[in-house]
Unconditional design. Structure first.
Lengths: 388, 371
C-alpha cells in the first residue's frame, strides 16, 4: 500500500469511528452551521463533539502547518480527507471567516507571534471573526476608506464606522482595514488591523434588508484602543493584505452561479405554471438554455483552474455571469409563482421564502465586487482596453 | 473528460487556425467568389486543399481512409471557418452527410470522393421558411423496386453545387433518407443567392425515381438517422457561430483600441468597455456549451441531444449579439461593404436559420425537459 492509500484507509476508519451520525446529515439551512467562538452556541452535543474531535487533529484546517494548529497535511492528503468526508456526507465541523479569509492572509503576511496566537485559536474554533472593510463612503472604491487609526505611542486609537460587516454582532474579533496615513495616496495609507470586538468603544447595529433579517451589521468605533502589535504586515501596507484576501473571496463567490445545485431544468420545476403561459414558458426555455450553457462554463472553469490554465481574471467573468443568471432565475420563479409567491410571512409560503430569496439575490451582483466592477476588470485585464 | 481541448486538439486548432487565416481569408475566399458572381459561392481549390490536409475525412473512420476523429475536432475546424467567414462545403459534406452515410453502402460509394475533395454533398430537409424536420411533407411513394420522390425543399446549402443530395422524405412507413444524384431526372435545382453571398438552393422533386439502394439506412427509420445528422450539423454550426462571434469581437476590440474621438481612444469609454466585457463573457459561455455538446456526442451520451440544442441556441444568440455590437461599435464604417464587420452580420443571420434557430432549440429543449 502506498502512503496515500494507507492515509486514506486510516482516515476512513477514523471518520467512521468518530463522525457522529447527526453530523453525516446535510445541514437544513444556514442556522445549522457551527461557527465556534468565545461563547459558542452549539445546536447539539454532536455538533460540539464533532468540532472538538476535528480541532484536536487540526482537521478543521487540514493543510495548515501543525505549529499553528493545523493538520499539517499535504495538498494530496487534504484532498483525500475531503473525499472521505464527502463519501459519508460528513459536515464541515467549523464555518469561519478566520479559516476562509483571515487565515491565508496571516499565513502570508503575519509575524510568528501573530501566526502562533491567532491561527491556533482559529483552528480550534475558539475565536469568531468578522471582516471590517466597506464603509458608507467606501464601497466599490474600498481604498477610499476613512476609518482613522492614530498612533498614540503605546497603542492605536481607532475611530470610524464599517458597514456590511457580517455577523459583527456575534463576532469576537475583527480584521479591519484602517487608515494610518491621511497624506499618502489612498492605497498607500491603509493598514490591516486585528482587534477584540469586546474592546471599549465598539458597538454594532444589525442591518435589515429588503429581504428581511440578515447577518449584516453596521459597526462603530468610538476611541477604540488597540495594542500596537496587532497590525498584520507593515503599517501603511495593508492594501496588499486586503487585495490578497479579496482574491480568495472572489474565488469562493465565483462558485455561486453553478446551477444552484440541482441539475433540474427550471422549466421542469415550474412546469405547472408554464402550462397555460406561453410567454413565460418561452422566457423560461431561454433561461434554461443560458443556465445549461453556464453550467458547462462552470465545469470548464473548474477544469481549467485545476490544470492551471485559467486566466487570472476569469473569476470576475464567472462571478458576473453567475450572479446575473441567478437573479434572472429568481425573477422567473416569482413570475411563475404569481400572487402565491408574494406572501411574506405565512406558513404556506414558508415565511415568504420565494419573495425573500428573490430580493436577496439582488445583492449577488453587488456584494463581493459589483457586476460593473467585474466588467471593468474583464475589460482591462482580459481585453486589454485602454484607460484607467 | 476535462472541458478543454487536449494537447492534440490544441495542435489541430493551431494548424487549422493558421491555414484558414491564410487560405480561407475573407479577401481570398468570401469576397473573391462573391464579387465574381461565382455560381457555387465557394472555391473548389480550397475544398481540395482541405482534402489534402485530411480534413474532409475528419469524421470518416481510419479504416475507410479518414482521420477517424470526432465532433470536437470537426468543431475545431468549423470555428476557424467561422472566424474567417470562409464559404465551404465542410459543414454539410464532411460533417452532416458523412454522418448520414456512416456504416452504409452509400458511404462506401461516396466517401472516396469526399476524401479526395472531388465530391460536394448537400442535405435537403427544410420545406418552408423555418426549420421543421418534424413536419416533412415531401412524399416517397413506392415505385417498382424503388421510390418516387415528390415535393419541394429550400435552403439547401451548396445544393446547386452538390454531386450528392441527401433528402428527407416521408414514405408510408415514415421519414426516410435518400441519396439522390444531382443529375436525377425530375430534379429541378435553383441556385438562390442568400444575404451572406452563399447559395441556398430551392429544389423541386417532380417524381424523381430512385432505386431501393438509394435508401440510407432503413425505410421509415429515417427519423433516428436524420436526428443524428441534424445534431452533428447543429454542433458544427454552433462552432462556426462561435468562430463568427470571435472574429467579430476581435475586429471590434481592435477598433476600440485604435479609433479616436473626443481626444480619446473610444475603448476608454466605460459604456463600450462594459459591452465588450459582457460580450466576452457570453462568447466564452457559448464556447464551453459547444465543446460540451461535442464531447457528449463523441461519447455517445444520452445527454448529447439536449446539450446540442443548448449549444445551437446559445451560440446563435451570442453570435447575433457579437455582430450587432460589432456593426454598432464600428459606427458609420461598420455599415460599409468595404469593412468586413457587416459580412459577419450577414453570415450570422444565415447560420442562425440553419438546422433550427435559437427559438426552435429553446423550445426543443423545453419539450425534452418535459415542459
Amino acid at each position: 500500500m502506498t502512503d496515500h492509500e494507507s492515509f486514506r484507509a486510516d482516515t476512513r476508519a477514523w471518520l467512521e469511528a468518530n463522525c457522529p451520525a447527526e453530523m453525516r446529515e446535510p445541514m437544513r439551512d444556514e442556522g445549522d452551521a457551527c461557527w465556534g467562538g468565545r461563547n459558542p452556541s452549539f445546536k447539539s452535543e454532536a455538533q460540539r463533539r464533532w468540532l472538538d474531535l476535528m480541532a484536536e487533529r487540526g482537521w478543521t484546517v487540514p493543510d495548515w502547518p501543525k505549529d499553528y494548529g493545523g493538520g499539517g497535511l499535504s495538498a494530496a492528503e487534504t484532498k483525500i480527507l475531503r473525499q472521505e468526508m464527502a463519501r459519508i456526507g460528513a459536515r464541515n465541523p467549523l464555518m469561519s471567516f478566520g479559516i476562509s479569509m483571515l487565515g491565508p492572509a496571516l499565513l502570508k503576511y503575519g509575524n510568528e507571534a501573530q501566526k502562533k496566537r491567532f491561527l491556533t485559536e482559529i483552528a480550534r474554533g475558539e475565536i469568531r471573526w468578522c471582516q471590517g472593510y466597506s464603509e458608507p463612503g467606501a464601497g466599490s472604491d474600498l481604498a477610499s476608506l476613512q476609518t482613522k487609526c492614530e498612533d498614540k505611542g503605546d497603542h492605536w486609537l481607532v475611530n470610524g464606522q464599517k458597514v456590511w460587516t457580517s455577523y459583527a454582532d456575534k463576532a469576537d474579533w475583527i480584521f479591519c482595514l484602517v487608515r494610518t496615513d491621511f497624506q499618502a495616496p489612498k492605497h498607500k495609507g491603509i493598514s490591516f488591523l486585528l482587534f477584540d470586538m469586546a474592546s471599549a468603544g465598539v458597538s454594532t447595529k444589525p442591518i435589515l434588508l429588503i429581504s428581511g433579517n440578515s447577518p449584516f451589521c453596521e459597526t462603530f468605533f468610538d476611541d477604540v484602543q488597540v495594542p500596537k502589535d496587532q497590525v498584520v504586515g507593515e503599517v501603511n501596507k495593508g492594501w496588499d493584505v486586503a487585495k490578497y484576501l479579496l482574491g480568495h473571496e472572489r474565488e469562493m463567490i465565483s462558485g455561486m452561479g453553478l446551477g444552484g445545485g440541482a441539475n433540474v431544468a427550471l422549466g421542469e420545476a415550474l412546469k405547472e405554471a408554464l402550462a397555460d403561459d406561453p410567454v413565460l414558458r418561452a422566457d423560461v426555455a431561454r433561461f434554461d438554455v443560458d443556465a445549461m450553457a453556464f453550467r458547462a462554463m462552470s465545469e470548464r472553469f473548474i477544469d481549467e483552474l485545476k490544470a492551471g490554465q485559467a486566466h487570472p481574471a476569469q473569476p470576475s467573468m464567472m462571478k458576473y455571469a453567475g450572479t446575473e443568471l441567478n437573479k434572472a432565475r429568481h425573477e422567473l420563479i416569482m413570475a411563475a409563482g404569481g400572487s402565491n409567491a408574494l406572501e411574506w410571512a405565512s406558513e404556506r409560503s414558508r415565511g415568504g421564502k420565494h419573495a425573500r430569496e428573490w430580493l436577496r439575490t439582488k445583492a449577488n451582483s453587488i456584494e463581493g465586487g459589483t457586476s460593473e466592477i467585474q466588467l471593468g476588470i474583464i475589460a482591462k485585464r482580459i481585453l486589454d482596453l485602454p484607460g484607467a | 473528460m476535462p472541458l478543454y481541448l487536449t494537447d492534440d486538439q490544441a495542435m489541430l486548432r493551431d494548424t487549422a487556425r493558421g491555414f484558414m487565416a491564410e487560405e480561407g481569408a475573407i479577401a481570398k475566399q468570401l469576397r473573391h467568389w462573391r464579387d465574381i458572381g461565382c455560381k457555387d459561392g465557394f472555391g473548389h481549390g480550397l475544398w481540395k486543399q482541405l482534402a489534402e490536409l485530411g480534413f474532409t475525412g475528419i469524421l470518416i473512420d481510419e479504416a475507410d481512409g479518414g482521420l477517424g476523429l470526432g465532433h470536437v475536432e470537426a468543431g475545431i475546424v468549423m470555428e476557424e471557418i467561422g472566424r474567417n467567414l470562409t464559404p465551404s462545403p465542410f459543414l454539410v459534406t464532411a460533417v452532416a452527410v458523412v454522418e448520414a452515410l456512416k456504416g452504409t453502402a452509400q458511404g462506401e460509394l461516396w466517401y472516396p470522393g469526399i476524401l479526395s475533395g472531388d465530391t460536394v454533398a448537400a442535405l435537403a430537409v427544410d420545406e418552408g421558411a423555418k426549420h421543421r424536420p418534424d413536419a416533412i411533407a415531401m412524399k416517397a411513394e413506392r415505385s417498382g423496386n424503388g421510390f418516387r420522390l415528390s415535393g419541394r425543399k429550400q435552403f439547401v446549402v451548396q445544393g446547386a453545387s452538390a454531386d450528392l443530395i441527401v433528402v428527407a422524405a416521408r414514405a408510408e412507413e415514415g421519414v426516410t433518407l435518400f441519396a439522390v444524384e444531382r443529375q436525377a431526372r425530375g430534379l429541378e435545382v435553383e441556385g438562390v443567392r442568400l444575404a451572406d453571398a452563399s447559395i441556398g438552393a430551392r429544389m423541386i422533386f417532380d417524381g424523381v425515381e430512385v432505386d431501393a439502394d438509394a435508401v440510407i439506412g432503413e425505410v421509415g427509420a429515417g427519423e433516428a438517422v436524420l436526428g443524428r445528422v441534424l445534431n452533428a450539423g447543429r454542433a458544427g454550426a454552433a462552432s462556426e457561430m462561435v468562430g463568427v462571434a470571435s472574429g467579430a469581437m476581435a475586429m471590434t476590440v481592435d477598433y476600440l483600441r485604435q479609433r479616436k474621438q473626443f481626444g480619446k481612444l473610444i475603448g476608454e469609454f466605460q459604456a463600450l468597455q462594459f459591452r465588450a466585457a459582457h460580450l466576452y463573457s457570453e462568447i466564452e459561455i457559448a464556447r464551453a456549451a459547444t465543446l460540451k455538446a461535442q464531447q457528449l456526442l463523441d461519447e455517445g451520451s444520452e445527454e448529447a441531444e439536449a446539450m446540442v440544442s443548448v449549444a445551437k441556441a446559445k451560440a446563435g444568440s451570442v453570435s447575433t449579439l457579437a455582430v450587432q455590437e460589432g456593426v454598432q461599435m464600428h459606427g458609420g464604417i461598420g455599415m460599409t461593404d468595404e469593412y468586413d464587420i457587416g459580412l459577419y452580420m450577414k453570415r450570422d443571420r444565415v447560420l442562425n436559420e440553419l438546422f433550427g434557430d435559437a427559438g426552435y432549440h429553446a423550445d426543443k429543449l423545453a419539450r425534452m425537459k418535459g415542459y
